[in-house]
Ligand binder design. Structure first.
Ligand code: S3P
Length: 188
């Protein structure tokens, strides 16, 4: 039975900076547990019919954040209806007060995927060249570090911090499942 705050639902949120591995760990965890994986950025792209990079270009960051909040509200509603899911948030979503309050109000664990900032930067550079991942807030190495440092105290409000340095997505997914005592249930 799904209950309100304080009771663990079959859901969790992955938070952290760009390059933390939220989407790849989320996918691996979804497969491992048999839960639906939802990437909030992909949702926004589908809703709006444009990529995140295009939305930043056309709208600017403020309007993007409004769309992000709206997509998250919609998702939290689905969660209230009891869907088992793993949600990967974009790097700026968990540092907005309204989003954090909404997530906390549904009483699901939040997991901060952390790594040294140099490694996060390296992963983002690699994804940019090998997968053409276009991140509008990638900036230069110094700006990237500054944004990470400004946001880290917010990420640390997650219920669990998981060190991901040098680990692949499957290994991190296994550690998250173990730490939260989650396992695939028979028949679902
Ligand atoms: C952002 C991170 C991106 C995406 C958008 C803004 C941020 O998601 O939501 O470009 O503010 O850090 P990823 O963390 O998945 O790259």
């Amino acid at each position: 039975m799904q209950k309100r705050s304080g009771v663990r639902r079959r859901a969790l949120f992955l938070v952290g900076f760009m390059g933390a591995g939220k989407s790849s760990v989320g996918r691996a965890l979804g497969e491992r547990l048999g839960w639906t994986f939802v990437d909030l950025d992909e949702r926004i792209e589908r809703r709006e019919g444009r990529t995140i990079a295009e939305l930043f270009r056309n709208w600017g960051e403020q309007k993007f954040r409004r769309a992000e909040r709206a997509a998250l509200r919609e998702l939290l509603q689905e969660l209230q209806n009891g869907s088992a899911m793993i949600v990967a948030l974009g790097g700026g979503a968990f540092v907005q007060k309204e989003n954090v309050a909404g997530i906390k109000s549904v009483g699901v664990p939040t997991v901060f995927l952390d790594a040294p900032v140099a490694e996060l930067w390296g992963r983002c550079q690699q994804q940019r060249s090998s997968q053409q991942v276009d991140r509008p807030l990638l900036l230069d190495a110094q700006g990237f570090r500054g944004l990470y440092e400004a946001r880290r105290p917010g990420y640390l409000k997650a219920s669990l911090r998981m060190e991901t340095s040098g680990k692949d997505a499957a290994a991190v997914a296994a550690e998250v499942a173990r730490a939260l005592n989650l396992e695939r249930r028979k028949g679902g």
